[in-house]
Design a binder for this molecule. Sequence first.
Ligand code: BG6
Length: 510
Amino acid sequence: MHNLFSEGESRIVRPPSTALVIFGASGDLTHRKLLPALYNLYCDDYLPVNFLIIGASRTRLSDQDFRDSARESVASYSRRELDSEKWAGFSKNMYYQPTDASKESDISELGKRIEALCQGCHRDFNYLYYLATAPRFFAPISANLKKAGLVEDPEQGMRRTSLIVEKPFGHDLESARELNAKLRQNFAESQIFRIDHYLGKETVQNILVFRFANGIFEPLWNNKYVDHIQISFAESIGVGSRASYFDRTGILRDVVQNHLFQILSLLCIEPPISLSDPDSIRDEKVKVLRSVRRLNKEEVAARVVRAQYDKGYINGEPVPGYLQEDGINSGSRAETYVAMRIEVDNWRWSGVPIYIRAGKRLPRRITEITVFFKRPPGMLFRGRQVYDLDYNVLAIQVQPEEGISLRISAKPPGPRLRVEPVIMNFTYGSSFGVPSPEAYERLLLDAMKGDATLFTRDDEIEEAWGILTPVLEVWKQDDAIPLYRYQAGSWGPLEADALLTASGHAWRKL
Ligand code: BG6
């Protein structure tokens, strides 16, 4: 029988020589996520034997300044402690070139610097450009790279030249299409790696292994046996230092369009032909997104609940309301909470409600997928103090306690026939005993290898926006659609509960 798992790597193969150029090198993402991830890859001996990291941004820094600030960031944010000897080996490959990426001349200077550094190593390097900048620079940087002769034809070029693009990728369907078109004027689709860090999380990758490497679940994974599904994303933090970004964006765009729809599509896909060919999986994911029923105006009003937090308490500490946060417009209508009911209208999932909720300033940080299986008929237990039999619930906790649990019904010891729920549990910590790598580690490594499986394809991004753009438009046009309130530190507005009670469901307690 065809085995999806037979084609994988049997050992870690280091990527070929790579010059990684980070645009936005003095920014938050570079310092909090990218540099710590690269340092950890280095410590694990996963980086190419020959690698260069070239920081580029407008700030005037020397190579040494860049290394010094990177050292501080790695010391603060790396999952493993900074080791001086390792740091010395890692940081000697780091360079910095002050660059205003909107200026052609600066990019061509940068090109010369990259070339000189690579020649100094007497190796053929692939070039990987990471756009960790504000989105308005994505298209101009890609055009300037092309003009400077720094993008090669993927079929005929001497080296692989690729582009990693951060989120947000557009703010609606039209802007995403426009950005795709602009990037494709300079890079082929096979050279573009659109990042969604949720795909780098171990637990998200495990969805495919769980579904397709276990014979017992896949037969049940359909509308015959699944009653409904919940995908929940909760954070206790507010908007922090990203107020102006968040206020323009709202949580639907910030996490649902990307992270939660990626989870949804992996959860619902048909078995791909192969796990080794990036397009097999991505083809199937696109089919899921294409099958999600588009909502009309009345359905948006009935099936999507948006809300904003008022002041409240988190862990016993008072926190301000959203409108009182620094940097937020006083009349802002940005939603900090959203709950929606969607349906994947295909043969496998038709009729299974999928509830998605995401919120800031909820009681705790947790991301969880919960599959509720249909209840068995209860007549055998009637008259025995057993009323409704519980759902069997499969919960995949993406974070913070990475793992999977299954709720089953069991008879407690004793002379009476009773039924009680019990939980079977698997946690990564106790089963594998090694800390999971950060999502960015896996994604940077894959991009260096040229493996796009865990990156979002152009049509996938557009389908995801295609689902949400009608919602955003209705919200924009119709002021009568309420923006409900909830207290910081609560689980969101009561109106979000009503979305489920209509079908006899309830949100899982997290
Ligand atoms: C980011 C969002 O993409 O994901 C943030 O912009 C959010 O608002 C973050 O906090 C959540 O990521 P994680 O990995 O902490 O769940």
